[in-house]
Write a protein that binds this ligand. Structure first.
Ligand code: SAM
Length: 278
């Protein structure tokens, strides 16, 4: 039974990192006319009202999108990110925040395909209402890991999978490793982007996850970690990371440039670290 609802967290610093990287990867695929596939294994609802009761509980967007909203930003990736968020808002007020399915739809061309997977009925219902009429998009209510493998290799094969579990279930860490191993065999040309939390010392499993994935002998691995506070001992998420397999050329440079500009706006103690693992 899943209790995680992304509406409590939408637009926070973790979404900011994830969606900036997602936009950079999708932009890379869009540089050639050839179609691509995007698979989102943990889609969530696709659109979030930042004025909802859930979002107002902790106002997490204040650690992310709200820091950049209406700013005059110079880096092209930051400009694209703001344009994408603006596309779901009517006026200058920030009310809605796009989830990863909406970010991907914004970057999609007529020839591209999207597969969106989630298990929760409420999220699937919102997704269907918001994106269900787009003929390029298929929405699947099923288990993320099983669904991702069943859809792979997709047609067209050129493409990207985002794996974005909540890790509410600790088995998700092991399931990510096992699924990526199988996925890479089925879809060796696929770019795979995995999100993971950076947690308090007593709970953090990011080093285990990275080491386990690195042992799989995968190609072109890079990691991107954004923290907005110091690591606590017992509780809390101070940041998050993304691990990319088959990293497209110039992704690191693009993200570094964007965060050189964005980092001072996020938090005084914010840090951004990119690593390549050859
Ligand atoms: C972190 S949220 C996704 C956020 C979304 N990717 C975004 O960036 O806007 C994780 C989602 O995964 C879903 N989920 C968790 N475990 C799942 C599973 N085993 N199979 C399918 N969906 C799952 C939850 O319902 C939740 O909507």
């Amino acid at each position: 039974m899943l209790s995680y609802r992304h509406s409590f967290h939408s637009g926070n610093h973790a979404d900011l990192l994830k969606h900036l990287l997602l936009l950079a990867l999708l932009q890379k695929f869009g540089e050639k006319d050839k179609p691509f596939t995007y698979i989102d294994s943990h889609s969530g609802a696709g659109i979030y009202d930042l004025q909802s009761t859930n979002a107002r509980m902790n106002m997490e967007h204040e650690s992310g999108i709200s820091r950049l909203w209406r700013r005059d930003l110079a880096h092209p990736l930051l400009q694209r990110y703001l344009a994408c968020v603006e596309s779901v808002n009517q006026d200058e007020q920030l009310q809605y925040y796009p989830g990863s399915p909406a970010v991907a739809q914004w970057a999609l061309r007529a020839q591209d395909r999207l597969h969106l997977i989630d298990l929760q009925s409420a999220e699937i219902e919102t997704l269907r209402g918001f994106l269900g009429r787009d003929g390029r998009i298929s929405i699947h209510q099923r288990d993320a890991f099983e669904g991702l493998l069943a859809l792979s290799p997709p047609e067209p094969r050129r493409g990207l999978a985002l794996i974005d579990p909540s890790y509410e279930n600790k088995a998700d860490y092991q399931r990510v490793v096992t699924t990526v191993r199988k996925l890479q065999r089925r879809w060796p040309v696929g770019v795979i982007a995995i999100w993971y939390p950076l947690l308090a010392k007593a709970r953090d499993q990011s080093d285990w996850l990275k080491a386990s994935l690195l042992r799989e002998g995968l190609e072109g691995i890079s990691t991107y970690e954004l923290s907005v506070a110091a690591q606590a001992n017992e509780y809390g998420m101070h940041g998050s990371g993304m691990l990319v397999i088959n990293t497209p050329w110039q992704t690191q440079a693009q993200l570094q440039g964007a965060f050189d500009e964005a980092l001072p706006l996020l938090a005084p103690e914010a840090e951004f670290v990119i690593a390549t693992h050859d």
